[in-house]
Design a protein around this ligand. Structure first.
Ligand code: BDR
Ligand code: CA
Length: 307
């Protein structure tokens, strides 16, 4: 049986790659996509999500969520993802389906979670604003959430400040609400995502995979997100999806995570390892297998899509 998932996202170049991989993963069933302001403003993140799903020819609903963090002002990452959020890429849309819900993301999240026969896996790959609002407004949804597999945080270091990862930095108050809940969280933070190196040679291989290959190649040509190796990219958000489809490639430890919400260390995820913690912190990945999985995924997407 496929695992039902909901992706909460701020597309975002690596978000687009992660969403595409999720939609075509035979192990996953993407029930809903909700958008949040993050990498760029909510108008662009929502347009990008709708255009992507149309480009991929799917009928997955999209719902627009919070445009601003709970307390802070939105800090974007347009330097990394371009002003539109997808570099200079223009989606080619064959048929415009009506995907965008008239309801707020939090309402659609509530409905999708409570109506699901199987517990839902939430996959937040942007700031956690929508998820925090959901837990505050409709705490009953927690009974039908299997786990949260998120991209965000870091045990050591940051990419937005010396101690804070971008998604946590943008909305630390939301992150604190989510990490403090009694739900199981898989944290794919910078400790693991910076290891997932994708080289220009890998991108060249994918470029040959039809229009979807062109999309990946054009997106990554405008992506300023280096990994730990020179000339290679870290496709952070994709870690959550490959974690769900190939968990055996990853290793981690149980912990409790305290999110700093004020001051110079705002957005820092202080990680205390302990077997009773609600968080599984992902720390390592088989880099070569991840690379192969990335290439194989887009070959499969191209074959299934037929363009
Ligand atoms: C995270 O920040 C965003 O720029 C990416 O989309 C990813 O979710 C990495 O720190
Ligand atoms: Ca993201």
């Amino acid at each position: 049986m496929k695992t039902p998932i909901i992706i909460d996202t701020d597309p975002g170049i690596d978000d687009v790659i992660a969403i595409t991989a999720a939609i075509f993963a035979e192990e996953l069933d993407v029930k809903l996509i909700t958008t949040v302001g993050g990498n760029v403003g909510i108008k662009n993140t929502t347009n990008n999500a709708v255009n992507l799903v149309n480009f991929l020819g799917k009928d997955i609903p999209v719902a627009k969520g919070a445009d601003q963090p709970l307390l802070n002002k939105l800090v974007s990452a347009a330097k990394v993802h371009g002003e539109s959020g997808v570099g200079g890429y223009q989606f080619e849309v064959k048929e415009n389906r009506t995907l965008l819900s008239s309801k707020h993301a939090v309402e659609e999240l509530r409905k999708a979670i409570l109506n699901s026969n199987e517990p839902i896996t939430l996959v937040p790959i942007g700031p956690l604003t929508n998820i925090a609002l959901l837990f505050k407004m409709y705490p009953e949804v927690k009974n039908n959430i299997k786990e949260i597999v998120l991209m965000g945080g870091a045990v050591k270091g940051g990419n937005r400040t010396p101690v804070a990862e971008f998604n946590m930095f943008v909305d630390p108050h939301a992150a604190k609400i989510v990490f403090d809940e009694d739900v199981k969280i898989i944290m794919c933070g910078l400790d693991v995502t910076l290891q997932t190196r994708i080289s220009n040679d890998d991108v060249k291989k994918i470029e040959g995979y039809g229009k979807v290959g062109e999309m990946v190649s054009q997106l990554l040509s405008g992506y300023d997100s280096p990994s730990t190796a020179a000339d290679e990219f870290a496709i952070h958000d994709l870690c959550t999806i490959i974690y769900l489809t190939r968990p055996e490639l990853f290793a981690g430890k149980r912990a409790t995570v305290n999110v700093v919400t004020e001051g110079d260390a705002s957005g820092c995820t202080l990680t205390h390892y302990n077997e009773d913690g609600n968080v599984h912190v992902v720390l390592d990945v088989d880099v070569e297998e991840f690379r192969s999985e990335f290439i194989a995924t887009f070959k499969k997407v191209h074959e299934q899509l037929g363009y």
